[in-house]
Design a binder for this molecule. Structure first.
Ligand SMILES: CC(C)(COP(=O)(O)OP(=O)(O)OC[C@H]1O[C@@H](n2cnc3c(N)ncnc32)[C@H](O)[C@@H]1OP(=O)(O)O)[C@@H](O)C(=O)NCCC(=O)NCCS
Length: 170
C-alpha cells in the first residue's frame, strides 16, 4: 500500500503525490514513445524516473504543488501523470496530463483536467495556468479547449514553436 498524500479525486481516478516506490510506474509512462511523442525524448533508464520523482518532491516542498501520479480507482494502478510545474523560463505555472495509451479516448483526460483546474483555482488560489502544446498534438489541444483554456498564440519554447493556452481564475 502506497501511503502518499491524495491531492484530488475524480469519479475514476485518485491523483496523489509520487512516491519513491513508483519508479517502475513512472518509468513505464515516461519511457513510452506514444505517451512522450509530443513532449520529450522518452527516458531510457529507471534511474531517470527516480530523478524525476525526486524533482517532483522538490516542487511539492518549495512550491506547494507539482506533478502528481494518476491512479485508476478500480485497479489501484498508476495510469498517468497530471498537475503543475512553475516554469521560470516563461514565469508561468503550466499544467500537464499524460495517460497510458490504453486509457485514451474515453474522456478521462478531460475529467482529470477539469478537477485539476478546481484544485488550482479553489485550493491553491492561482490566478492563471498555462498549457504549452506541440502544434501537432491534436488530442492535447482539444482537451485544453474542452476544459476552458484559450489559445493565446505561438511561442518560441526552448527553440521549438509551441502553442500557448491559458485559463484564468474568474
Ligand atoms: C492528451 C491525452 C491526455 C488525452 O487524453 P484522453 O483521455 O484521450 O482525452 P479525452 O478523451 O478527454 O479527450 C480527447 C479529445 O481529443 C480528440 N482527439 C483525439 N485525437 C485527436 C487528434 N489527433 N486531433 C484532434 N483531436 C483529437 C478526441 O476526439 C477528444 O475530443 P472529443 O471529446 O471532442 O471527441 C492523451 O492523449 C495523452 O496522454 N497523450 C500523451 C501525452 C500528451 O501528449 N499529453 C499532453 C501534453 S501534456
Amino acid at each position: 500500500m502506497n501511503m502518499t498524500l491524495t491531492i484530488f479525486e475524480t469519479p475514476h481516478v485518485s491523483v496523489r503525490e509520487w512516491s519513491l516506490q513508483d519508479v517502475d510506474s513512472y518509468f513505464k509512462l515516461a519511457a513510452n514513445p506514444l505517451v512522450m511523442r509530443y513532449i520529450s525524448e522518452p527516458i531510457k533508464d529507471p534511474l531517470q524516473a527516480l530523478e524525476a520523482i525526486k524533482r517532483r518532491h522538490r516542487d511539492y516542498a518549495t512550491r506547494g504543488y507539482g506533478r502528481y501520479a494518476v491512479v485508476e480507482k478500480s485497479s489501484g494502478k498508476v495510469i498517468g501523470l497530471t498537475g503543475l510545474r512553475y516554469d521560470s523560463d516563461i514565469d508561468c505555472v503550466d499544467v500537464a496530463i499524460w495517460l497510458l495509451p490504453d486509457y485514451w479516448g474515453n474522456g478521462l483526460g478531460t475529467e482529470i483536467l477539469i478537477e485539476c483546474f478546481s484544485f488550482c483555482f479553489d485550493r491553491l488560489a492561482l490566478k492563471r495556468v498555462v498549457g504549452i502544446v506541440d502544434p501537432l498534438n491534436g488530442a492535447s489541444k482539444r482537451i485544453l479547449e474542452k476544459c476552458g483554456m484559450i489559445f493565446l498564440g505561438i511561442i518560441d519554447y526552448h527553440g521549438e514553436k509551441c502553442e500557448l493556452y491559458s485559463i484564468f481564475k474568474i
